[in-house]
Design a protein around this ligand. Sequence first.
Ligand SMILES: [Zn+2]
Length: 158
Amino acid sequence: MMAGSHIVLGACARVVAARLSGVAPEPAAMAAAALGALLPDIDHPGSWAGRKMRLVSVPLSMVVGHRGVTHSLLAVVAGLAVLGTLGVGFAAAPLVVGYLSHLAADMLTPSGVPLLWPNRRRFALPVCGTGGIVELLLVAALAALTGWATGLPIPRGF
Ligand SMILES: [Zn+2]
């Protein structure tokens, strides 16, 4: 999926997680979820995260390729370990939720994601290609569903 779609779906995931855990979806947490939703594509030098961190994205892309280890549960576990070591703990939950939303969103494309990397099996539930109108409609529908299901107020003018 495209970066804009990942940002929207990361925010949606944060809203759902906040609702389920009984906390408000505060702006800083929403921003952290959006950032987390962009991080897995650091393995692609042309992605938003890849352009911001070329020292990481270029070698990572050359070694494991796009949608490799950064799109796996191993990356999630390693990230949690790093965050735990840094003492960030529960404050990083929105970032992790956003990251997981990215993996789920990429699973909706035909390429899927290698959740069990280094096992090369890809998990996919292909309902849309990357960057097409179907992706746009799907993301819009999921955002609307999130708003409806969580009871978020609809801004005036809509
Ligand atoms: Zn991705």
